[in-house]
Structures are given as C-alpha cells and as structure tokens.
Design a binder for this molecule. Structure first.
Ligand SMILES: [Mn+2]
Length: 314
C-alpha cells in the first residue's frame, strides 16, 4: 500500500507536496481542493495519507472526520481556520496546524531532519508565494541565502504556473517531482518563459482594470474579466486604481460569480468579510485574513458588494 500525498495546487501546496515527497520519495502525489477533498479521498488507496494546504470545508467537516478516522495514520498540514472540534474528532490524524505560517513551513519543520538541508529552499518558495515569509522560522532561514535569487525562483514558479502549459495537475505533479529532487524552478524547462508571459499578461490586466474598475465607498471592484488565473492581482488592482482599502474581482462561472477579495489595508479580515457578505446573499465564502474568496448567485453581485462595503471598518 503506497503512501499518498494530497495537496492544494497553488505554489504553497506544490512546495508542501515537494517537501513531503523529498521525505517519502515513493509516495504518490494527488491534488485536491477544499470542496472536493471529501469525495476525492475515495480514490486514494488505503496506505498512509499526508494532506497539505487543503482547508477543511465547513459543510463537509463531520463527514470528512468520519472518513479520515477510518484510515491508517494521516498527517494533516494546514494553515487555514479549522472548524471547532475537527482536530479532536480523530485519534489517527496528526495535525500540524498553525494559521500564522505557510503549509510549506509546517511540512518542512516536520521533515527537515530527514531531508537534504538545501530542501529548505522549497519551504522558502512556498512561504513567500503564500505571503507568509514574515515568520521567525522563515526569516531566520532566509538569512542563509541570497534573497534576490530566492525571489527569482519564487516568481518563476508562482507566475509560471499561471499559464496553461503548467496549470493542469499532470504538469504540477512533474514540478513537485523536480522540486523534491532539488531542481530549482528556474531550471525547469519553459517555466521561466511561462512566467515572463504571465507578467506581461498581468500588466495588460492592470491597464484593463484601470479603464473599467468601479467603486463603492470602501470597495473597488471589477466584473467579468477573462484572466481567471489572475484573480488575486485583479482584486488588488481594483482597489489600487480606485484608491479604496478593499478590492473585489468577480468572475462569471456559468451559474454563479466566483469572487476574490484582496486588501491594501492590512487590518481588514477578508475571510470574515467574505463569509458574512456571501452568507447575506445566499452564497458561501472564506479563506485567509489577507486573501479570501466567495461564490455567490449570479443575481446578487450588487448586494454582495454593498454588504462587503458595509463590513469594511476603517
Ligand atoms: Mn497555503
């Protein structure tokens, strides 16, 4: 029975998985996300499971705990808020959970004594990619290296995976395998070129948002853009060009709007705003204090924005 690593497919998830794979080179790597973890666990065979950077979806918490309790040993590395009681519901699951640090830092700290010392770079990449480098552990590790080179590597992977050639799970699984072996993002075929293309696209996106963003008192927003891989920057630019503390990007996804929130004002708790504003219009939302999202019914966008505007208390 093989060990399975299940990770989120953003850079922090990819780096978390790579560190775990460096520790357990025979493991299989799967990607999943909060809304589908419960279902996708059924496709994972009975060996040990390592879950990295996947938030527990509140509506699934009870069923997920039941399902995990039936498995062999499980390691659960995460830094998203966890539903109350979830951690104590299972004896076979070891939690490495801390909302103040990246998943990559948590995985690295657990496995560092069993892997090559240079694999700490992967933890730095994941932490920076998740805006979580201002922690005592990561700051101390950063002092050992040339941070400009580290940032180049981070940008190569964060921007590189925004393009289609690297956005599917197969391509990301190959990145995980290469990182685990010690290959840096800048050495991976085509990744830097892909990152360069993404940066160009992001600059075009900024110009578009400058022309089309609108605002309420505290919220700048943008609706129906194509660049779905640039949700975070789109939301941030919407705040920047309207000079508002909160930025919202709303993407039409068939029957609903997919909403991304970012802030220029660091005291805002975006996960709270997303959750409350979405609940008020019959949707759902959450995430991190500084990066959050929501999914709301198509007809409720204006109402959602109004509610989010009220919730900004600056
Ligand atoms: Mn993360």
């Amino acid at each position: 029975m093989r060990r399975t690593i299940i990770a989120h497919s953003d850079t922090d998830g990819i780096c978390s998985a790579a560190i775990a794979l460096a520790r357990f080179p025979d493991a299989r790597v799967f990607f999943s996300k909060p809304v589908s973890l419960l279902k996708e666990l059924d496709e994972v065979d009975e060996g040990n499971v390592i879950i990295c950077d996947i938030a527990v979806n509140k509506p699934d918490a009870v069923a997920l705990a039941k399902k995990l309790a039936k498995r062999k040993d499980v390691l659960f590395f995460d830094h998203h808020p966890m539903p109350p009681g979830f951690k104590s519901a299972m004896k076979n699951v070891t939690f490495h959970h801390d909302e103040r640090v990246s998943a990559s830092e948590l995985v690295y700290r657990a496995f560092k004594d069993a892997i090559a010392p240079e694999r700490v770079w992967i933890a730095l990449y994941g932490a920076i990619a998740d805006y979580s480098e201002a922690t005592p552990f990561i700051e101390e590790k950063m002092r050992n290296w040339d941070r400009r080179a580290i940032f180049f590597e981070v940008s190569s992977i964060v921007m590189g995976i925004k393009n289609e050639g690297f956005s599917d799970y197969g391509a990301k699984r190959r990145l995980v395998a290469e990182l685990a072996k010690g290959t840096n993002p800048s050495q991976m075929p085509r990744l830097v070129e892909s990152a360069r293309e993404a940066v160009v696209k992001e600059a075009e996106l900024y110009e578009e948002i400058k022309r089309t963003a609108a605002s309420f008192d505290h919220v700048g927003y943008i609706v129906k853009l194509e660049h779905f891989g640039f949700r975070g920057p789109a939301a941030l630019f919407a705040a920047t060009v309207t000079d508002k503390p909160l930025g919202v990007a709303a993407f039409e996804r068939g029957s609903h709007f997919d909403i991304t929130l970012r802030a220029r004002e660091p005291s805002l708790r975006l996960n709270d705003i997303a959750e409350k504003a979405a609940a008020a219009v019959g949707g759902s939302g959450g995430g991190h204090p500084h990066a959050a999202g929501a999914r709301i019914p198509m007809s409720k966008l204006k109402e959602f924005l109004k509610k989010a505007d009220e919730l900004v208390d600056v």
